[in-house]
Design a protein around this ligand. Structure first.
Ligand SMILES: [Zn+2]
Length: 258
């Protein structure tokens, strides 16, 4: 989770019905009411953003609260949203979330990593995916080799690298440990996408190889604190996240017009 200062004129990528957003915003208002009984809860604006990993932000600006939830948590049950609300709102008050809230949230995220669902449904439909690492603009093989050399001392064993069969704007990358595969969304194979963005998404997926899933009390943790620390070793980390926030919506609309 990260709290970063960004401007709010960004275009949001959002498929969610307003009903869900209203419902989630109401959860945040209730959480404010519970944590600060002396004041009226503030207006809350909730949106889903295509962060690469599981990443959420909460900011206060001119009396209004802005919550951005990673797009991959879109289908999260409301109980998990309640847990996340307690974690994020608690941060503003310097109040640590009780284990119950963390459990509610982590029971969802701990078992469901970004692309696993997508990948699973693709496999279960039995579609065979044939692809090459050479895209129109970027070669995944080259990107992997150079990141492996610079940041992993060449020690990572190369998995199967593929471009995703679909132009997903929600799932930018995925590491499948069962099949030792990294797939990168084809939407990034574009001259409109800077190289550091494609590299960042690849770097994130490579970290999943370097930091295998940790199993603890029957749960699976994919983005451990060590993973998050390493993620910041990528020199364009913030620039890449910012680029994705600001530009993915435009790319998607352009793709739709085609
Ligand atoms: Zn990840």
């Amino acid at each position: 989770m990260a709290n970063r200062s960004t401007n709010y004129s960004l275009t949001k990528i959002n498929d969610s019905s307003d009903d869900l957003l209203d419902e989630v915003a109401e959860i945040y208002r209730q959480t404010f009411a519970r944590l600060d009984k002396t004041r009226q809860p503030p207006p809350v604006n909730v949106s889903f953003y295509p962060y690469v990993g599981i990443n959420h932000t909460i900011r206060v600006r001119q009396g209004k609260v802005y919550v951005r939830i990673a797009e991959i948590c879109h289908d999260m049950p409301l109980s998990a949203h309640r847990g996340l609300a307690r974690i994020l709102v608690g941060k503003l008050f310097g109040k640590k979330a009780p284990p119950g809230a963390r459990d509610a949230y982590e029971s969802y995220t701990g078992t469901t990593d970004v692309g696993e669902r997508a990948d699973h449904s693709r496999r279960s439909r039995g579609r065979k995916v044939v692809t090459t690492t050479k895209g129109e603009f970027y070669d995944l093989d080259e990107i992997f080799e150079s990141l492996n050399f610079w940041y992993f001392g060449g020690r990572l064993q190369k998995p199967t690298l593929t471009w995703s069969p679909r132009n997903s704007f929600h799932i930018l990358g995925h590491h499948d440990s069962t099949h030792e595969t990294i797939s990168i969304s084809r939407s990034l194979d574009s001259n409109l996408v800077p190289a550091f963005v494609v590299e960042y998404v690849m770097f994130h997926e490579m970290l999943h190889i370097a930091h295998p899933t940790v199993k603890h009390n029957g749960r699976r943790y994919n983005h451990t604190p060590a993973f998050r620390r390493d993620e910041r070793r990528f020199p364009h980390f913030h620039k890449a996240e910012k680029w994705i926030e600001e530009n993915l919506g435009k790319l998607r609309r352009a793709a739709r017009r085609k």
